[in-house]
Every structure is written in C-alpha cells, then in structure tokens.
Design a protein around this ligand. Structure first.
Ligand code: SF4
Length: 109
C-alpha cells in the first residue's frame, strides 16, 4: 500500500472506505513506537523492501532523533536473518547466506 509519502510500503495500512481515515504503520506498531505521517517521508523501509524481499530477513524499526537530522524524528531500521541467525548490516543487500557475496561473473569463451 502507498504511504502518505507516495512510496509503496508493505507495512503501511490505510483504510479510507466510506469516509474512514485510519492509517497506521504496522512495523512501528509491532515495536510499540508512535507513528506519524511525516515519518514515511524519510523512512528507509520502502527502499529496503524494493531491494530485498528475503523471507528470512526480519526488520525492526524505532523512532529516533539523530543529530545529523537536527533532531527531527526518523525511522531507524535494524535487520535480523532468521536463517543465518545473525544481524544483517546492509538490509538492502542481505546477509549473503542465500545469495553468496561477492557475485561471481563468468565470461563464456
Ligand atoms: S514509517 Fe516506514 S515502515 Fe512505517 S509505513 Fe511509513 S514507510 Fe512504511
């Protein structure tokens, strides 16, 4: 479903049927974090979901106020792989268990 920022996010839920206006982020809700619409604008989750759809990678999100963003609220994401049982440092790439890194290219002769 498209977020208020116009990006496709698997964690966003919106119900606008017959005048309803229910919106929520189910990823932040799972961590008992307060969601507001402005968080979707800078959230990294839509880009991560587009780049990596691994079924074993689980995302956790938290709302923080980083110094680099001059204390604006931002979504910070951490990822964990349930298959390799370790943290994923680059969620857009994955842990490398299912898709070995670096990729090998073979040139046919
Ligand atoms: S805050 Fe991030 S994870 Fe939550 S609905 Fe918005 S884009 Fe999706």
């Amino acid at each position: 479903m498209k977020t208020p920022a116009g990006k496709e996010c698997p964690w966003f839920y919106g119900d606008y049927y017959r005048g309803r206006n229910v919106e929520e982020c189910r990823l932040l809700a799972a961590s008992n974090q307060q969601w507001t619409r402005d968080l979707c604008k800078t959230c990294p989750v839509p880009a991560i979901s587009m780049a990596n759809s691994c079924q074993y990678m689980k995302l956790r999100a938290a709302v923080t106020r980083p110094i680099t963003a001059i204390f604006q609220r931002r979504v910070q994401v951490t990822a964990y792989c349930e298959k390799s049982k370790r943290n994923v440092l680059e969620p857009q790439i994955g842990c490398g268990e299912c898709h070995a890194l670096p990729f090998e290219f073979k040139v046919k002769e």
